[in-house]
Design a protein around this ligand. Structure first.
Ligand SMILES: *Cc1c(COP(=O)(O)O)cnc(C)c1O
Length: 353
């Protein structure tokens, strides 16, 4: 893939204060076009800028779009590392297939990510816990109000330096088990990373926030009985010594962190079960003192310990509201591999050179 690079003539001043998440963008972005009959073409890195799209562009009307999320980490050794980027590339194509977006070759995706990160490498923050968040996405661009797959698309990658998720240690969060709204059903697009799933989730998130909970835990869309996942994280439980997580059933996003946590726990000799988990099972385990740890997994936070779980009139406090030992060990291992301080025995790291 040939990438034409046009560098900015007016670089922005880099932020000095707290970075937060998703509000600051680097100097450059990657853009590539798709045209039916021609395939993916005109890969470019250009100064970060607004897009020019017709108001009739299809993405605005029927939501044909997908996105990904990964990070670049700068180690104390000065190396820039990506965590399993080929997994994001493969998941892109799983999302694309569901959304009738043309396939994007895995090597194009990985090459594009590496190239744009390289150009903006000096934007990667170096404070402990910070990283460069990478947001690849594809939008449908045909000027057409008919309902059909678009014949043209844009693949874009933007970069955002992001602060440490946890300012002072891994603070457990309160989670709201949603009993009214649902996010996805089997046969729908829950397994795809697409804006529509998030649009459907906002109303419950607002409700949970109003009640003092930071995230929503979704139940299955049919019986509202089985645990699916958190807003932007997969969910894990430690019940009676075993690690348990909902199996991938078509309505859950197959998280790369989820997959990594399963592999890590198995490598430590822990028993891991991927299966259906009902809310009743959790309530029972809690009553019997067997619900030992609960944590979310995702690229943004790696591990998000859950200290409190609310379901209707029940509020479960997990591990006294403190982070559990397995959650902490997973967090330390994965962040260590990402920063280059823990040996990458799984071959998860791709260096940006
Ligand atoms: C991105 C995402 C996750 C986490 O996936 P990772 O690959 O681990 O970052 C979980 N659930 C949803 C709905 C997501 O969009």
């Amino acid at each position: 893939m040939d990438i034409k690079i046009t560098k900015t003539t007016s670089p922005k001043t880099k932020p000095t204060g707290p970075l937060g998440f998703g509000k600051i963008f680097t100097d450059h972005m990657f853009v590539m076009e798709y045209t039916e009959g021609k395939g993916w073409h005109d890969a470019e890195i250009v100064p970060y800028q607004n897009l020019s799209l017709a108001p009739s562009a299809m993405v605005f009307h029927y939501g044909q779009e997908m996105f990904e999320g990964l990070k670049a980490y700068k180690g104390a050794d000065g190396k820039t590392r990506l965590f399993r980027p080929e997994m994001n590339a493969k998941r892109t194509n799983a999302s694309n297939e569901r959304l009738c977006i043309p396939e994007l070759p895995v090597e194009y995706f990985v090459e594009a990510v590496k190239a744009v990160v390289k150009v903006d490498e000096d934007w990667i923050p170096t404070e402990p816990g910070t990283s460069l968040y990478i947001r690849p996405f594809i939008i449908a661009t045909d000027e057409f109000l008919g309902v059909a797959p678009s014949k043209t698309y844009k693949f874009i990658i933007i970069l955002s330096p992001s602060g440490a998720y946890y300012a002072s240690g891994l603070a457990p969060v309160g989670i709201w088990i949603e009993d009214e709204y649902v996010r996805a059903v089997k046969g729908g697009m829950g397994f795809a990373k697409t804006g529509g799933n998030y649009a459907a989730s906002l109303i419950a998130q607002v409700k949970a926030h109003d009640d003092g909970y930071s995230q929503v835990l979704w139940l299955d869309g049919v019986e509202r009985k089985y645990i699916e996942e958190v807003g932007a994280m997969n969910i894990f439980f430690k019940i009676d010594g075993k690690i348990v997580t909902p199996m991938l059933n078509g309505s859950i996003l197959p998280g790369i962190t989820r997959n990594s946590v399963i592999q890590l726990c198995k490598s430590w000799g822990l028993e891991v079960e991927e299966r259906k988990i009902s809310v009743d099972e959790l309530l029972d385990a809690q009553k019997n003192g067997k619900l030992e740890e609960v944590f979310g997994t995702g690229t943004a936070a790696v591990i998000s310990p859950v200290g409190k779980l609310r379901y209707c009139n029940d509020v479960m406090t997990i591990n006294g509201g403190e982070i559990g030992p397995v959650s902490q060990k997973i967090y330390d291992s994965i962040t260590g591999i990402q920063n280059g301080t823990v040996e990458d025995t799984f071959g998860w790291i791709t260096e940006v050179k």
